[in-house]
Design a protein around this ligand. Sequence first.
Ligand SMILES: CC(C)(COP(=O)(O)OP(=O)(O)OC[C@H]1O[C@@H](n2cnc3c(N)ncnc32)[C@H](O)[C@@H]1OP(=O)(O)O)[C@@H](O)C(=O)NCCC(=O)NCCS
Length: 194
Amino acid sequence: MRDWWKPKIEMAKDLIISLLDAEKHDRKAFDCGESALDDYLKKTACQHLNKGIANTYVLTRRTEPRRVLGFFTLSFVEADVSDIPVEHRKGLPKSHLPAARLARLAIDSRCQGNSYGRILLVDAMRRVAGAMRQVAGVVGLFVDAKNSKVAGFYRKFGFIPLHDAPLTLMLPRQTILLAFPHVPPDTPVENLEG
Ligand SMILES: CC(C)(COP(=O)(O)OP(=O)(O)OC[C@H]1O[C@@H](n2cnc3c(N)ncnc32)[C@H](O)[C@@H]1OP(=O)(O)O)[C@@H](O)C(=O)NCCC(=O)NCCS
């Protein structure tokens, strides 16, 4: 996993990924070239966060903390076995399969091509791995790519396209767990606090 970061890790020292906060982050200036994604960040992301529908995380610089360089949105969904790539269907129930979904991912046009997309995607995977190990299982991480070029971006990271719907891709749970092998320690009951 770390190898994906190595080439540009120096640049990453100034970057931080945090949960979207309407008070702290300036959403108005964000422009990724896809108006539907820009509008989601500007108009809907905070509502979805507050209602528990989806969490949006933003990439900012420590030195420029209000400016949103990129964002991604994660939610949980229910999948059927027909949504899973054929080679990963074995032994699964037919329906009601828990899954995670990368509902959105976008980098401001002025900073695309600097590994920010990669950094956010790896962070999304890390969060899903944490949820799988510490909260509840999912069969994988789904994404709907905007077009075949963007599907190519996801394939680089191990996402597998569905045979009959190649713009829908799934990153299998095994891939995510292998990439993030850390198993959290047991919780002493005396440490349970709100
Ligand atoms: C797609 C997007 C998120 C990629 O982010 P980025 O910061 O520009 O990409 P990165 O610099 O992290 O690139 C990582 C790797 O993916 C490749 N890549 C980037 N964009 C790609 C694309 N559109 N198609 C195929 N490969 C792509 C890069 O060449 C790089 O490969 P390398 O490691 O071999 O050099 C970004 O360009 C974007 O926000 N586009 C507009 C909105 C959008 O389409 N979002 C996706 C919604 S499904």
